[in-house]
Design a protein around this ligand. Structure first.
Ligand SMILES: *Cc1c(COP(=O)(O)O)cnc(C)c1O
Length: 379
C-alpha cells in the first residue's frame, strides 16, 4: 500500500539486468566487444524511454534518480539563463528534491523563487501561475502528479503558458512516468524528471528529459558519457532494468490504469461509506490511478501506521520523506488543512499487483482502528 514510496521490480526488469551484472559487464565506453554489448543495451533503454515521451533518444540523459534530475534541471537553467533573469516559479506542493533545491538556489546562487499556492484539491491553477510571471522569469517547475495526494496538474496548460512567455518548463514526473501517458510535445515540456524505482524498475537510476535546444549545461563533470552532459561510467544494469520496466509499463499501461482506478475508487468508496467522517485528500477525478489519500477524523496517523504495520500492512502518512520527522505534510498544509487534519491523513498507493482482497483487508483494519480508542489519541 506504499507504491508511491517505491515499487517492487517487475520480473522483466530483474531478468533484463542480470547478464549485465555478470557476462556483459564491459564499460560502455570501451571499444571491444563487451563494451559494445553494454553500449548497445544502454542505447536500447534510451530508445524505449524516449519513444514513450515522443522524444528523440539524445534528449534523454540517465541520472542516479529523480532527485538528481530535479537538482540538475533547476540548477542548470539558472546558470544557462542568467542573461535573461533569475526568477523561478514553482509550487508549494513540490517534492523536497525541488523545494530544497529552490531554497539552495535562492540562498546561495541569487535566485528569486515564487511558490504557487494550490487550491483546496491540490491543483496549481494556470491563472495563479500566469499572475506570477515577471520579465525576469526563466523557469516554471510544476510537478505532473503530486506524490502525497495524487492530484494531476494541468501540465499542458502550464507548459503553454510558460512558452507563450519565453520561459522554460520543467516537470517532476516521477509519480507519473510509466503510470500514465505523457507527451513532451503535447504537454509543452522542456525538462522532465523520472525515476526507475517508482515504476517497477531499480533504485538509484532515473533520467532527465532535456528538449533539444534548451541550452542547459551539465552538472556532473568528468568523462564524455551521456553526450557530454552527465559524466561517470553508466549504471548499465540499472539502465537496462529501467528500460525493461518502462517497456512493460508502456505495454500494460491501459490495463494497469484500469485495474488501479477500479480498486482505487472501490477503496475510497468503502472507506467513505463504512467509516464516518472520512474525507478524500486531493482532486476527486484528476488524480493518479493508484492514489488513495484520506483523512480519518480522530485518528493519529502515526499510531494508525504502527497498528497497520502490526498487521503486515505498509502505508504512509503524507510522504515517506516526512514520516518520522513529526512535521505535518507541507502539501496538506498548503491545501488549507490544519495541522490536526494533516496528522489525521494516511496515504495508500496501489500497484498493478494489488488485489481486491488486499484492499478489503486494509478497509477492515482501518474500521477497527477507527472504532478503537487509539484513533482518539491526540498529538
Ligand atoms: C520519489 C520522488 C522523487 C525522488 O526520486 P528518487 O529517485 O527517489 O531520488 C522526486 N519527486 C517525486 C515526486 C517523487 O515521488
Amino acid at each position: 500500500m506504499d507504491n508511491a514510496a517505491t515499487t517492487r521490480m517487475c520480473p522483466a526488469a530483474v531478468q533484463a539486468m542480470q547478464p549485465y551484472l555478470t557476462e556483459f559487464y564491459g564499460n560502455p565506453s570501451a571499444m571491444y566487444q563487451a563494451g559494445r554489448r553494454a553500449r548497445e543495451a544502454v542505447r536500447r533503454s534510451r530508445d524505449i524511454i524516449s519513444a514513450m515521451l515522443g522524444a528523440k533518444p539524445d534528449e534523454i540523459v540517465f541520472t542516479s534518480g529523480g532527485t538528481e534530475a530535479d537538482n540538475w534541471a533547476l540548477t542548470a537553467v539558472l546558470e544557462a539563463k542568467k542573461e535573461q533573469g533569475n526568477h523561478i516559479i514553482t509550487s508549494r506542493i513540490e517534492h523536497p528534491a525541488v523545494l530544497r533545491t529552490c531554497e539552495y538556489l535562492s540562498r546561495v546562487r541569487g535566485a528569486e523563487i515564487t511558490y504557487l499556492e494550490p487550491d483546496e484539491n491540490g491543483v496549481i491553477r494556470p491563472e495563479t501561475a500566469a499572475a506570477a510571471i515577471r520579465p525576469d522569469t526563466i523557469l516554471m517547475s510544476v510537478m505532473t502528479a503530486n506524490n502525497e495526494v495524487g492530484t494531476l496538474q494541468p501540465v499542458a496548460e502550464l507548459g503553454r503558458l510558460a512558452h507563450a512567455n519565453g520561459i522554460l518548463f520543467h516537470t517532476d514526473a516521477v509519480q507519473a512516468f510509466g503510470h500514465m501517458p505523457l507527451s513532451a510535445d503535447e504537454m509543452e515540456i522542456d525538462l522532465l524528471s523520472a525515476s526507475g524505482h517508482k515504476f517497477f524498475g531499480p533504485k538509484g537510476c532515473g533520467f532527465l528529459y532535456i528538449r533539444k535546444g534548451a541550452g542547459i549545461g551539465s552538472m556532473i563533470r568528468g568523462g564524455a558519457q551521456e553526450y557530454n552532459r552527465r559524466a561517470g561510467t553508466e549504471n548499465v544494469p540499472g539502465i537496462v532494468a529501467m528500460g525493461a520496466a518502462a517497456e512493460e509499463a508502456e505495454q500494460w499501461m491501459e490495463d494497469r490504469m484500469r485495474h488501479e482506478t477500479e480498486l482505487r475508487d472501490y477503496m475510497i468508496g468503502r472507506m467513505r461509506t463504512e467509516i464516518p467522517g472520512v474525507q478524500l485528500n486531493g482532486h476527486p477525478e484528476r488524480r493518479l490511478p493508484n492514489n488513495v489519500s484520506l483523512q480519518f477524523p480522530g485518528i493519529s496517523a502515526e499510531s494508525a501506521l504502527i497498528r497497520l504495520d502490526l498487521q503486515g500492512i505498509a502505508a504512509s502518512a503524507g510522504s515517506a520523506c516526512s514520516t518520522g520527522s513529526l512535521e505535518p505534510s507541507h502539501v496538506l498544509l498548503a491545501m488549507g488543512r490544519s495541522r490536526e487534519e494533516a496528522f489525521q491523513s494516511l496515504r495508500f498507493t496501489l500497484s498493478y499487483e494489488t488485489t481486491r482482497d488486499e484492499v478489503n483487508q486494509v478497509v477492515e483494519a482501518m474500521k477497527q482502528i477507527c472504532n478503537h480508542g487509539s484513533c482518539m489519541e491526540t498529538k
